[in-house]
Write a protein that binds this ligand. Structure first.
Ligand SMILES: Cc1cc2nc3c(=O)[nH]c(=O)nc-3n(C[C@H](O)[C@H](O)[C@H](O)COP(=O)(O)OP(=O)(O)OC[C@H]3O[C@@H](n4cnc5c(N)ncnc54)[C@H](O)[C@@H]3O)c2cc1C
Length: 368
């Protein structure tokens, strides 16, 4: 009997569990370790903030997925990994040995310029903590007014969060609230084509979000623009990019300059072949993937096959991302902007498409 440990209940691992539920690998003891009962679906988080969904519609209960796959769930988080000894240490002090390990623990928010900020900071990851903080912010706002909410980070997540937050903040008591997006020197959604960027900028304006094309820095605990202008705010949402779990860099696994696990096209560790890694936590040596939920989802079925192959002593197969991926940005007013390769589109139908795709993903895990 070999022990396979799935570390984290990220997108790809949920799909591995689904595949194993249909056909469990023989002679395998399966463990899944994650700190939360729930796996939150980030794509629906802005919709939840905007009031389009209840939180129950945006998350998947992990225990039934693990049970259906015949595994054991450990509600705990890894704080140490010794890849040489094939051993994980959990926050509770418990140690878990493995024969095979798959890592899908996502990333946390890289606070970078916001380190040292003394005010109310709402980091978007981990999402279970963010949603609690956002609820408290909204409750306090309805009592005392939202004031000025600043979103730092001009990527897709920052843009969606700013527009979703505008629904709450701009309508808070006495109408006194406002939202600013500190988008960096290149402005909103720099990774996308010019048409999408124009549409997003126009939409932000129409949604009452002030876009500032500068970087934010923290000085003496206060938020400041790069040109020195102070930014008085009641709360700051940090959507400032991904940071690897610190224990990965000390694990003995080969990692990139930012501490993400280096993997080949089969998502196998460059240094330790009994370890696989997917999603935000990994860094493809061939540079074929950016960090997005789309890739984490698509890698799931390939990872399931590769773990099965590894357990059977067979070679793994590569995960080749499609040439184009569909990206859909929710605008907080039940419209969305989408892109697929060179194509850009927007409107209510795009939001309905996003809503259908997102709900279908969650519903795929609700029947267990
Ligand atoms: C607001 C927002 C909107 C987004 N929208 C989109 C979108 O529309 N489309 C898209 O493609 N991408 C989107 N993204 C990006 C997307 O969230 C990530 O790329 C995606 O979640 C990565 O998935 P993952 O499986 O790697 O990790 P995650 O989904 O983050 O899952 C990680 C899992 O590991 C667990 N875990 C964490 N640490 C530990 C530990 N130490 N030990 C054990 N378990 C641990 C967590 O509890 C969780 O279960 C969005 C991001 C944000 C912030």
């Amino acid at each position: 009997m070999k022990r396979l440990v799935l570390l984290g209940a990220g997108h790809a691992h949920l799909l591995v569990l689904r595949a194993f539920a249909q056909s469990p690998p023989p002679d395998t003891e399966l463990l899944l370790i994650t700190p939360s009962r729930w796996q939150y679906y980030s794509g629906m988080l802005p919709g939840w903030m905007a009031g389009d969904y209840h939180m129950e519609q945006c998350r998947i209960e992990v225990a039934p997925q693990v049970a259906a796959a015949g595994g054991e769930l450990i509600l705990d988080s890894a704080v140490e990994l010794d890849a040489g000894q094939s051993r994980i240490t959990l926050a509770s002090g418990r140690m878990v040995d493995y024969d095979w390990l798959s890592i899908d623990i996502g990333s946390s928010t890289n606070l970078g310029p916001l380190n040292g900020y003394a005010g109310q900071l709402l980091s978007v990851k981990p999402i279970d903590e963010f949603q609690g903080r956002w609820r408290r912010f909204v409750d306090n706002s309805s009592a005392s007014g939202a004031g000025h909410l600043v979103v730092v980070g001009g990527g897709a997540a920052g843009v969606e969060l700013a527009m979703a937050a505008a629904n709450v903040v701009n309508h808070s008591q006495e109408g006194g609230g406002r939202v600013s997006l500190i988008a960096g020197d290149s402005g909103p959604v720099p990774g996308f084509n010019a048409r999408l960027r124009r549409l997003a900028t126009k939409k932000l304006e129409r949604r009452g979000v002030t876009v500032i094309k500068q970087k934010a820095i923290t000085r003496d605990g206060e938020l400041t623009l790069a040109d020195g202008t102070p930014l008085k705010s009641n709360a700051v949402i940090a959507a400032t990019g991904a940071q690897a779990a610190p224990f990965l860099a000390q694990s003995g696994l080969s990692v990139d300059g930012e501490g993400f696990v280096r993997v080949n096209a089969c998502h196998r560790s460059e240094s330790h072949p009994q370890v696989f890694a997917v999603g935000d936590a990994c860094s493809r040596i061939d540079g074929a993937l950016n960090r997005s939920g789309v890739h984490a989802v698509r890698a799931g079925p390939v990872l399931a096959d590769n773990l099965r192959a590894a357990l059977a002593g067979l070679p793994p197969r590569p995960f080749r991302p499609r040439r184009y991926s569909l990206y859909l940005l929710a605008c907080g007013d039940q419209t969305a902007i989408g892109s697929y390769g060179p194509l850009t589109f927007s409107g209510r139908w795009v939001w309905r498409l996003k809503d259908r795709i997102d709900r279908k993903f969650i519903e795929g895990f609700s029947a267990r």
